[in-house]
Design a protein. Structure first.
Length: 93
């Protein structure tokens, strides 16, 4: 060990998490592609998020669209569908 080297920090790196989500927007009763269109409308409106949506099924076609727009997502499975949380990617331009 080099005595002139700076000490190594043993504390874990802090990760910035998105703000707590708002009330979920329930889109479970809508026919496709309406839930996807409403999510894209909210994302394109400039809302910084995070945004939470309740959906009847997982919206796989939406994921590349979110990524292209600089958003990330998380999914939680529910008994009657999924809860989708979308938030801005901190590294997006």
């Amino acid at each position: 060990m080099n005595p002139s080297a700076p000490p190594v920090s043993r504390r874990p790196e802090r990760i910035a998490l998105p703000e707590p989500p708002r009330e979920p927007c329930d889109l479970r009763g809508l026919d496709p592609p309406e839930p996807l269109l409403r999510i894209l409308d909210r994302v394109e409106a400039g809302d910084p998020g995070p945004l939470v949506f309740l959906l009847a099924r997982e919206p796989h076609p939406l994921y590349p669209m979110l990524a292209a727009a600089g958003w990330r997502h998380g999914v939680r499975r529910l008994a009657d569908g999924v809860e989708l949380t979308v938030f801005r990617d901190r590294h997006a331009p």
